[in-house]
Design a protein around this ligand. Structure first.
Ligand SMILES: [Zn+2]
Length: 152
């Protein structure tokens, strides 16, 4: 049985928390509100019930994500299989019906935030990491034709 490094009470499965840059092994009570580095598996449910804020442990940064190419079809298919009109979908995620229609027709690319809302509402996958990260961008800038070259 270890002792909590903050309050000294005996703790069988201590949390590892980060306090001012120092890792401490503490009891569940002291771990509350701290930056938890590691938590005992047995205490997971206690944490799950107290979480109210958005999950922060996303491995992929949002700016690294791309909306998939055929997003419109995916959204439409999922929506129709759920049997909900586009108007209702708009109410579900608090977006304009006209915007969603344009997205389904692939006239408008949804923002990452909106794509996430659609993913959750329809239980689909709209965001993916782009396959070509570097290299493709390096080629841009070559052949710099301006519009003026075509106006004759
Ligand atoms: Zn403690």
């Amino acid at each position: 049985m270890e002792e909590c490094e903050l309050c000294g009470s005996p703790v069988s499965a201590p949390y590892t928390v980060l306090v001012e840059g120092v890792e401490l092994r503490v009891c569940a009570k002291c771990a509350k509100g701290k930056k938890v580095m590691n938590r005992p598996a047995s205490a997971r449910s206690a944490f799950a019930s107290s979480r109210g804020s958005a999950p922060k442990q996303q491995k992929v940064r949002e700016e690294d994500l791309d909306v998939v190419e055929n997003y419109g079809g995916i959204i439409k298919k999922a929506r129709e299989s759920m049997g909900i009109p586009i108007k209702v979908l708009g109410e579900m995620i608090n977006e304009k019906e006209t915007l969603l229609l344009r997205i389904e027709e692939q006239k408008t690319l949804p923002s990452i935030g909106l794509a996430r809302k659609l993913e959750r509402a329809l239980n689909i996958k709209l965001l993916a990491q782009p396959d070509v990260a570097e290299g493709a961008q390096a080629q841009r800038g070559q052949g710099s034709l301006s519009i003026g070259d075509f106006v004759g």
